[in-house]
Design a binder for this molecule. Structure first.
Ligand code: NAD
Length: 417
């Protein structure tokens, strides 16, 4: 296979896929799907490529046929059923974050990958940011010894862009998730660096603020997960919308530490890595300290792609995997769930008053039956009688005018949604 033939659903975040196919040598865009016709037509006009087909209906899109992979950039809460449908129709899948909403979907997703044999790549691009990616390379080479403690932080105040992100839809997933849902940007890199499985979690929820109510967002402004890994190491993961933005990672091992710069340090943030280590555990005679601006791929400058170039490398590896390159570094369905389940169970911990929750291991077939009918989540479309509140203290009453205000601003520049 020379170039992977790509179909993408969702023209918002999916537009990055169009940029990727334009820039990279290993993929070619063949089809785009979005039920939002105005957005789809915008993509069609800007691409102006007669070889690309356009669909407003996902089932019709799946009939396209001559396509190697379906890239899911649809709603974050709806990836699992779309991934399952795409794999059952014979396609490989690259899924945007998050992989699923509840345990029933998690079990079905794993079993569909196993039954169909299709490639599933979880596009947790933050793993491919220069700092955390270099941490992985060095950690796996044994430079800082065994994992002991880590911190992952993804703090993003989305209030200034909330109208364009939610278009005033009170049922948009960005308004109706729960504080611990979007956990894989902060926790995912720690899972990918160490290769270890999270086994237990304690969850915390930072309370709702006036800012959240102005936005029309029903859940606590931040989620925190205190995660125990299979070797006993601990990680703190924090994500959500505190006032100032930051993306950073710290990892302690038994003979050293890695740390990316914080955004406020003005050091190129997640592109700058501070590495400190000793040659041997318990021997303090040989100290090493480096400050590096790593390249993700040797010999290549970081391409001008979003999220510190990570959007590019995440997709490059996924395309190489589909082409059969044995060196492709991707995130499979089990690892995707190792990144996501700590958030789901952290929220169960929050709802239960902060107790420790065990995280299931869905590689074990015997554990699956306990979960295959567990639909608990905050989405009424799939939760049935297991519907959870978006906020542990009960969903706030948000006046209709809040959403009407966002809708009005949206309509000033768009005709449809
Ligand atoms: N990895 C990252 O850094 C990053 C950044 C932004 C967004 N995302 C992810 O990208 C995804 C999309 O986010 P977004 O910001 O573009 O906003 P969004 O979720 O509002 O957009 C989803 C798009 O999919 C389309 N869609 C939804 N259901 C559909 C269906 N049944 N048929 C056809 N089209 C359908 C919608 O019309 C919309 O254009 C989410 O999963 C989000 O988590 C990831």
């Amino acid at each position: 296979m020379d170039k992977v033939k790509v179909g993408v659903i969702g023209v918002g975040r999916g537009s990055m896929m169009l940029q990727y196919c334009n820039a990279a040598q290993n993929a070619k865009l063949v089809a785009i799907c979005d039920k939002w016709e105005e957005g789809l037509m915008g993509a069609k006009n800007s691409l102006n490529d007669p070889d690309v087909s356009y669909y407003t209906d996902f089932d019709e899109f799946l009939k396209h046929g001559d396509m190697d992979v379906v890239v899911l950039a649809n709603y974050a809460s709806e990836h699992a059923p779309f991934a399952i449908k795409a794999m059952n129709a014979g396609y490989n899948v690259i899924s945007e974050v998050l992989p699923c909403q509840n345990m029933q979907q998690a079990v079905e997703l794993v079993e569909t990958v196993e039954r169909t044999g299709k490639i599933y790549c979880y596009a947790e691009n933050y793993c491919y940011m220069p700092g955390p990616y270099e941490m992985k390379r060095r950690y796996r080479a044994g430079q800082i010894g065994d994992f002991e403690y880590a911190e992952g932080e993804y703090v993003h105040n989305c209030e200034p862009g909330w109208t364009s992100l939610t278009y005033g839809d009170p049922n948009h997933w960005r308004n109706t998730m729960y504080a611990n849902f979007y956990c894989t940007h902060s926790l995912g890199p720690i899972v990918h660096i160490t290769g270890l499985r999270p086994t237990k979690v304690v969850g915390l929820e930072v309370p709702i603020t006036d800012k959240n109510l102005r936005m029309g967002h029903l859940y606590g402004q931040c989620g925190i997960e205190m995660v125990t890994f299979e070797n006993g190491g601990i990680a703190k993961s924090i994500h959500g919308g505190l006032h100032m933005n930051n993306i950073s990672y710290i990892l302690y091992g038994s003979k050293g530490r890695y740390e990316t710069a914080r955004e406020c340090a003005g050091q190129g943030d997640v592109r700058t890595l501070y590495a400190q280590w000793y040659d041997h555990e318990g021997d303090y005679s040989n100290f090493h300290g480096e400050t590096v601006e790593p390249k993700v791929k040797e010999g290549e400058d970081i391409p001008a792609f979003g999220h510190s170039g990570s959007d590019y490398y995440c997709l490059w590896n996924a395309m190489e995997k589909i082409k059969g390159n044995p060196d492709a570094d991707t995130i499979d369905v089990y690892e995707a769930l190792n990144m996501f389940l700590p958030g789901l169970f952290a929220y169960r911990s929050v709802l239960a008053g902060g107790i420790t929750m065990e995280i299931p291991n869905l590689r074990n077939k015997e554990e699956r039956d306990q979960w295959r009918n567990d639909t608990a989540c905050t989405d009424p479309k799939v939760a049935g009688d297991m519907l959870l509140p978006c906020y542990s203290k009960g969903n706030p009453d948000i006046p209709a005018e809040v959403y009407e205000h966002h809708q009005k601003i949206w309509r000033e520049s768009h005709t449809q949604r």
